[in-house]
Design a protein around this ligand. Structure first.
Ligand code: COA
Length: 296
């Protein structure tokens, strides 16, 4: 698919992506690179990182892979420092690393709950915290008046409640809160924009493949647009937020789910509504002025 953004929309910028070796994180890395950014990707699995780096190089994107776990502060420090040292600056941080598995709340151990909180929520904060000195206005390689951008990948699970996802829902609710708090504090103090993207179900991702096939099909049926999203849809949202196009957006988590989270079963066919609504309204008005229902 062709990007609606200019090829050089991110020229000269340097991006660091956690979870950048696969799935949505990799697609964002690829598209940031296709729009002129140099890219560092962080992940736990060397083989995944190696093949992602090879693929980005194949597309002509300046890129390095850095092994690390966002749960470990020392890894966060090392990866941020290495990125800034290698490219001479850091402009964009994308927190895409996430943990997910389906489990009923009664079967989830506190350590299982904590594990996802530590990856998604604490990991996001840790990376932001360590990247601040480079992202802020006047940071290495930056103008004194111009700060960088943070994009936190969230979800829609916690907007209502989601079966078998108590850990991820809680973790992403915290991520959205982190997004707003940092947008307030760091937008004010350091000219950094902090936003999120909340994808719905996206094709060819670990998040989707970890769901059971029956759940995929029922989710699919409930979606107003009747289709799963593409990783590209999420990446384009990231380009918007990271480029000048989105420079006045701050503290926002952009929903990219085709309206799926709004979906609820249709409790009455449209035809029934058409036939009955006016009659019901007449009945209600007539009752209000004391006209017997039989006159309807
Ligand atoms: N059901 C219930 N509990 C589970 C579980 C499952 N499917 N998978 C892991 N856990 C629990 C473990 O039992 C353990 O708790 P315990 O010590 O009380 O037994 C805890 O979670 C940590 O598991 P562990 O396997 O040691 O963690 P890990 O660090 O190796 O892996 C995960 C982290 C579990 C989040 C793993 O799924 C992961 O690495 N995911 C990354 C990729 C991913 O999920 N991407 C999708 C993004 S949407």
């Amino acid at each position: 698919m062709e990007s609606p953004f200019k090829e050089d929309a991110l020229k000269g910028k340097v991006a660091l992506l956690t979870g950048g070796g696969s799935g949505i994180g990799f697609e964002i890395a690829l598209q940031l690179g296709n729009h002129g950014a140099s890219v560092a990707i962080m992940g736990r699995r060397k083989n995944v990182l190696d093949s992602a780096v090879a693929s980005l190089h194949y597309h002509g994107i300046p890129c390095i892979g850095l092994e690390g776990d966002v749960r470990k502060k020392e890894d966060a420090v090392r990866v941020v420092e290495s990125t800034a040292k290698h490219f001479g600056r850091l402009d964009i941080l994308v927190n895409a690393a996430a943990g997910n598995f389906l489990v009923a709340a009664e079967d989830l151990s506190p350590n299982g709950f904590r594990t996802v909180m530590e990856i998604d929520s604490v990991g996001t904060f840790t990376m932001c915290h360590e990247a601040l000195k480079y992202l802020k206005k006047g940071g290495l390689g930056k103008e004194p008046s111009c700060g960088g951008t943070i994009i936190n990948i969230s979800a829609t699970l916690h907007y209502t409640a989601s079966w078998y996802q108590i850990h991820v829902s809680a973790a992403k609710a915290a991520v959205d809160s982190i997004t707003r708090s940092l947008a307030l504090e760091w937008g004010t103090d350091y000219d950094i924009t902090v936003n999120g993207i909340a994808p719905g179900p996206i094709k060819d991702t670990a998040g989707l493949s970890k769901l059971k096939p029956e759940e995929i099909s029922s989710t699919f049926e409930k979606m107003p647009l009747y289709k799963l999203g593409d990783k590209w849809d999420i990446a384009m949202a990231a380009i918007y937020l990271a480029s000048d196009s989105g420079k006045h957006v701050n503290g926002m988590t952009l929903l990219v789910d085709g309206g799926q989270w709004l979906s609820s079963p249709r409790h009455m066919p449209n035809e029934v509504v058409k036939q009955q609504a006016r009659a019901v309204e007449r009945q209600s008005r007539n009752s209000a002025v004391g006209i017997p229902n039989s006159k309807m």
